[in-house]
Design a protein around this ligand. Sequence first.
Ligand SMILES: [Fe+2]
Ligand SMILES: [Fe+2]
Length: 134
Amino acid sequence: MANLFTDRLLIHVEDIDEQHRRIFEIVEEFYSECMNGKNKDRILEIFRVLKGSLEEHFKSEEDYMVTYSYPEYEVHKERHNIFMLKLQALDSAFKGGFIPFTKLMEANEFFAEGFVTHISDIDSRLGEFLRDKL
Ligand SMILES: [Fe+2]
Ligand SMILES: [Fe+2]
């Protein structure tokens, strides 16, 4: 898995684009650590970093939406909530130190595809809205 983040995913809001780029870097790090499969603690550590970064990132977008009275705020926030619930479920699955390989693959697929889809379908619309406000 390499270069998940491409110009196609830019929403042209500088700090949001930078957060997306950074999150994909962590996803790629997570993926290669999973593939390497040797260091369970490191896998969990990266997973937690990823979860924290996503939490912060969603908060940034939600703050923008509230500040500029974005009409699709509720729908967008709901998508973030669903994302976080899924992360929470994965986090619980990883608790106790036993990490099934299938769960790791599920996590990777979720991060890569789920996040790409979210950005191109949902965040891009927010980007368009914010472009003439910022
Ligand atoms: Fe979003
Ligand atoms: Fe986003």
